[in-house]
Design a protein around this ligand. Structure first.
Ligand code: G3P
Length: 214
């Protein structure tokens, strides 16, 4: 499973990229707004830090404008993947720009029929938001299971990018289900790295090491 980091904070991206665990980055308008910086400037900086797919979201409401916007975003860097909302206008856009070789990530997916339609339109990635489904008492990870089955049935090439991950269990289940990508916020990435028994073990080894005669 590929691991993307779900943030637009370049310092956090740098920190995790240096560990060597980041395959790509996803951003959205809310994450960009949090930085207080200009969109294009942030996307360019992220592309300099991580050599992998970098999702940047289109915000135009209709296909004709969204198509122009997608082409502009794709020009920023060859690694830019244009994030496009799961709407009829969004799918029209995906169909047109995919044929031009632009990579797309269909976002705000909340059902398996939406996932099937995005794959038919030619999306490179589909982003189901599991945490937001859990928030409304629906089974976020149940959607991933359904989507994986449907994609396998028809050999779709669209990659399932599990988004809105809120805890390590989402990550573990995504891997168990064979999802292609998990995009993980920095706080959850830190939780994935840590285990109390690792810390206790290191402390004990270091204390015992002190007793070894030099
Ligand atoms: O990148 C989109 C997604 O991961 C958003 O997560 O926590 O705002 O639902 P969240």
């Amino acid at each position: 499973m590929k691991i993307f980091i779900d943030t637009a904070d370049v310092e956090l991206i740098r920190e995790h990229a240096e560990i060597g665990i980041i395959d790509g980055v996803t951003t959205n308008p809310s994450l960009i707004a949090k930085t207080g910086r200009k969109f294009e400037e942030v996307v360019r900086e992220i592309c300099d830090i991580v050599d992998g797919p970098i999702s940047a979201e289109a915000v135009s409401p209709n296909a004709p404008e969204m198509i122009v916007e997608a082409r502009e975003l794709a020009k920023i860097h060859p690694n830019v993947v244009v994030k496009i909302p799961m709407t009829a206008q969004g799918l029209k856009t995906v169909k047109v720009v995919s044929a031009e070789g632009i990579k797309t990530n269909v976002t705000l997916c909340f059902s398996s029929p939406q996932a099937l339609l995005a794959a038919k339109a030619g999306a490179t990635y589909i982003s189901p938001f599991v945490g937001r489904l859990d928030d409304i008492s629906a089974q976020g990870m149940g959607l991933i299971e359904e989507m994986m089955e449907i994609y396998d049935n028809y050999d779709f090439e669209t990659q399932v990018l599990v988004a809105s991950i809120r805890n390590p269990l989402h990550f573990i289940e995504a891997a168990q289900m064979g999802a292609h990508v998990a995009t993980v916020p920095p706080n959850v990435l830190s939780q994935l790295l840590k285990h109390p028994l690792t810390d206790i073990g290191i402390e004990k080894f270091m204390a015992d090491w002190e007793k070894v005669p030099s």
